[in-house]
Design a binder for this molecule. Structure first.
Ligand code: AMP
Length: 177
């Protein structure tokens, strides 16, 4: 199965993708984690990505598409966490593979900010958080409608305990379409 986890920053995509990935033995590809590891290793890609990430901006599509292409080739099933984030990324992804289900984790704005402030990652500073939310609204939110129109979007209430939310996701993934 080819799955996308979609939602605002702080919705719990990474946490949930990790749980589902382990439980069902589906490879998880988290573009944020990939970029952070490139940064830690001081690679060329990491240096470029850092300039965008520390401001809460998106890394250019061409770079992200190459990364995804390299990571999903030869995989029968995968969960994408943090990709696509723009319509262009979604269109390019479609040229390489077919997506079965998009899990949209919906969390109210106020809750997002609280969660991110608690997390304390390098790009979780108040100004950067504001910009990441803005970038999400301006560039990523369109994907909700895009996948809804394709009939593959499944909206999950992202409020509640981690276990409650994983159960909701599992019931969507288990049900045949
Ligand atoms: P995340 O861990 O998913 O919140 O991603 C952290 C940061 O990595 C984002 O704020 C972006 O700067 C960058 N990033 C991750 N995934 C993408 C993507 N698909 N397109 C562009 N930038 C991305």
């Amino acid at each position: 199965m080819h799955i996308i986890f979609l939602g605002p920053p702080g919705a719990g995509k990474g946490t949930q993708a990790e749980i589902i990935s382990k439980k069902y033995n589906i490879k998880k590809i988290s573009t944020g984690d990939i970029l952070r590891s490139e940064m830690e290793n001081g690679t060329e890609l990491g240096k470029i990505a850092k300039q965008y990430m520390e401001k809460g901006e998106l890394v250019p599509d061409e770079i992200m598409i190459k990364i995804i292409e390299n990571h999903i080739k030869n995989l029968n099933s995968f969960i994408l966490d943090g990709f696509p984030r723009t319509l262009n990324q979604a269109l390019e992804l479609e040229k390489i593979t077919k997506i079965d289900k998009v899990i949209y984790i919906n969390v109210p704005d106020e809750e997002i900010k609280n969660r991110l402030l608690k997390r304390g990652r390098l790009d979780d500073k108040p100004e950067v958080i504001e910009n990441r939310i803005k970038v999400y609204r301006e560039q990523t939110q369109v994907l909700i409608d895009y996948y809804k129109k394709k009939g593959i979007l499944y909206e999950i209430d992202g409020m509640g305990s981690i276990e409650e939310i994983s159960k909701r996701i599992e019931s969507v993934l288990i049900n045949p379409t």
